[in-house]
Design a protein. Structure first.
Length: 686
């Protein structure tokens, strides 16, 4: 591990000095070869003028927005060699991604659980009611080929978006027909030393019929046997490999006809059990999810001053997880599980989840210096057909049977939500902008939540920009937290209230000529009513956490669209109710990225991220989980052969040996992370 970090440091110093030397000498070396038609270039001014829509629901330049915004473009995704949108988010300050025992995503942001982020696709809410998240259902492995850009808004967003915009909002904006401009086919092949991982295929069509009508479609198919993840000892003390295979089919379409737009997506996924639902390596698990969403939207400019929008939608997810807790004959001496030694332990929970709703929004610019945004929404959330098939009820059964009547895992549930919001964007002066808003959400299940937000952006000079925001947000109790049952570790509580957060953030950004852009941000979060299991495992609103975080980021622009970027972030979380630091989190993170257009057709990107060590909880006798550094690199050859793009990526270049934190009394070496792998990609455009 130390050897790889020395190599990383040498690589970073080498490329940094090489870049600076080339800039100072202005020589005609490889950095100077990029020309205007390179797709991997963005000038300083172009970056500043990128308009975002998620922060205030109207287009605005980043410098005028009062929010902390991270924009990841389609070009960024290709430069990074991103296999998924999660690969790109690893380079966002204060964000970190890890996996759980069954492969579930466990992101963190600013010292908190980043599943408490509202996730959108083209402005459409994807968070589903059972988990309150979209990470492992709608967003999991969304095709990066379909993404035009990602807008990541950090900080509370409930004043505009309501429930679950707790720590931030991620809006995945997909491509339109004109972004595609024809037919494209791509294939990605991933492999590691001595092991073929799998293929991914993507077909994309963009066609404009006339000035008023256009169609975009994207079909994505993935077939992976998964990376090799070894385990020295599982909860039964056995060594082996995790089961990481997965398959996926994903279809996305977007039809535009005048002011109307019809958007939809269908997906089906199947995966193996990773490290096991009981932290035991066991073959045979099959985790299946399928579903999608359909949305009709209307966007009409009544006049230059008034815009009206309306939409209606339906989302659906089917969950069918066949878990093999352990196989027959693997638990002969276990004090409890030996009762199932002859058959193995099987659980097959099933559930259907549906959300449907409508929203109306108006934007008025007729009042001098003001942009007023007002809207109302209604939503119905429901989970139903909860079933459990198992060979336990909880006593051993000779075969897997339907035990839903006596030993179900979840209750059916539903709730209604009505909402209204108002926001005023005030251009006090040309360089001074105020954003103030409030939203009310009324839930049939637990009551009403009011959430205000106020932000100020002051362009002090051409060099300095100051932003400050204050806001509150809430996360509705999930159906899982309310209605899960027959679980020894967590018992649902129908009377739960919402989790609440109060946030203050201040930032200063500095611009030097057209070469450097840097920023420093301070964040203070006060979280109350966190849902946690207490005595007997019953969920209660008892948690209180204070978080102080700092983020530092800088970007140095090189000639012809290249850049060198670095960031550092830290967070300090303290549980007020216990007076101790939160465990199982990396409190420090850093990263750097170098992107170089190497001529008319070639682009090279190398980037790295570091995560600090993770301290265990007070009852966990294992030492701290060590820190780690991961380096990735991608080389893209564009249009050297007409209408063909080729790329090769190396992930975990120095084969860093690291792991994600596991549960206490589970894997002694935690959940092993993937080693070095290679992705070869080819795309044909017609």
């Amino acid at each position: 591990m130390k050897k790889s970090r020395v190599s990383i440091l040498i690589l970073f110093v080498f490329v940094s000095f090489g870049v600076m030397a080339a800039e100072e000498n202005n020589t005609d070396n490889y950095i100077q070869l990029a020309v205007a038609n390179s797709p991997y270039k963005m000038t300083f001014e172009e970056l500043l003028k990128v308009k975002i829509t998620t922060a205030s629901k109207v287009p605005e330049e980043q410098t005028k927005s009062t929010s902390n915004v991270q924009v990841i473009t389609a070009a960024d995704l290709k430069q990074l060699g991103a296999r998924s949108y999660e690969d790109a988010l690893q380079m966002v300050p204060s964000y970190s991604q890890r996996r759980g025992r069954t492969g579930t995503r466990k992101p963190t942001l600013r010292g908190g659980d980043a599943t408490k982020i509202l996730t959108l696709i083209d402005g459409h809410v994807l968070n589903e009611p059972e988990t309150g998240s979209a990470m492992d259902t709608f967003v999991a492995e969304i095709p990066v080929e379909s993404i035009e850009r990602i807008e990541f808004i950090k900080g509370p967003g409930s004043s505009l978006y309501g429930a679950n915009a707790f720590l931030g909002v991620i809006n995945i904006i997909t491509k339109k027909a004109d972004d595609v401009g024809g037919l494209a086919f791509s294939i990605d092949t991933e492999f590691e030393s001595g092991n073929f991982i799998g293929n991914k295929y993507n077909v994309q069509l963009g066609h404009r019929f006339n000035d008023d009508a256009a169609l975009m479609m994207n079909v994505n198919w993935l077939d992976h046997q998964g990376p090799e993840l070894k385990a020295a000892a599982d909860a039964f003390g056995r060594s082996g490999e995790a089961y990481t295979g997965r398959e996926k089919l994903d279809f996305l379409a977007k039809l535009e006809v005048g002011e109307f737009q019809l958007r939809g997506r269908y997906f089906q996924r199947k995966g193996e059990g990773f490290f096991g639902v009981l932290d035991v390596l066991a073959e045979g698990s099959e985790l299946k999810t399928f579903g999608g969403h359909l949305e009709g939207a209307w966007n009409y400019d009544v006049s230059e001053k008034l815009n009206l929008k309306a939409l209606a939608y339906v989302d659906h997810v089917d969950l069918d997880n066949y878990f093999v807790g352990f196989t027959a004959g693997s638990a002969p001496d276990h004090p409890t599980f030996s009762l199932w030694n002859s058959t193995g332990f099987i659980g097959n929970p099933k559930l259907k989840k549906t959300s449907r709703g409508a929203e109306f929004q108006s934007t008025y610019r007729g009042w001098s210096q003001h942009t007023l945004v007002a809207g109302m929404a209604a939503r119905h959330e429901r989970q139903y057909d909860a079933q459990m098939f198992s060979n336990s009820n909880p006593a051993p059964l000779p075969t897997v049977q339907d035990v839903s009547a006596e030993y179900n895992w979840m209750d059916n549930a539903s709730r209604n939500i009505v909402s209204a919001y108002l926001q005023d964007i005030i251009d006090i002066q040309e360089n001074l902008h105020l954003n103030a808003g409030i939203r009310i959400d009324k839930f049939s299940s637990f009551g009403t939540s009011w959430n205000p937000r106020v932000g100020l952006a002051w362009e002090v000079s051409e060099q300095f920009n100051i932003k400050a925001t204050y806001g509150t947000a809430f996360r509705a109790p999930t159906f899982g937290a309310q209605f899960i049952k027959n679980n020894p570790a967590f018992v649902g509580n129908p009377d739960l209230d919402s989790e609440n957060i109060e946030t203050f953030e201040a930032s200063v950004s500095y611009r030097y000529q057209d070469r450097f852009l840097g920023s420093v941000a301070y964040i203070r979060n006060q979280v109350e009513d966190l849902i946690q299991p207490v005595k007997g495992g019953v969920a209660q609103n008892v948690g209180e956490v204070d978080v102080d975080a700092v983020e530092v980021e800088g970007r140095y622009f090189i000639e012809h669209g290249g850049y060198l970027r670095a960031y550092y972030s830290l967070s300090d979380s303290e549980r007020r109710s216990e007076g101790s630091s939160s465990s199982d989190l990396s409190n420090y993170s850093a990263g750097w990225e170098l992107n170089l257009p190497l001529g008319d057709n070639l682009n090279w990107n190398v980037h790295s991220y570091w995560r600090s060590k993770v301290e265990r909880g007070p009852e966990d006798t294992r030492g701290a989980l060590p820190d780690y550094v991961v380096v990735n690199s991608t080389l893209v050859l564009h249009n050297y052969i007409k209408d063909v793009e080729l790329a090769i990526s190396i992930f975990n270049l120095f084969d860093e040996d690291y792991a994600f934190v596991s549960n206490m009394n589970a894997y002694k070496d935690d959940y092993t992370a993937p080693g070095r792998s290679f992705v070869v990609r080819a795309e044909w455009m017609f």
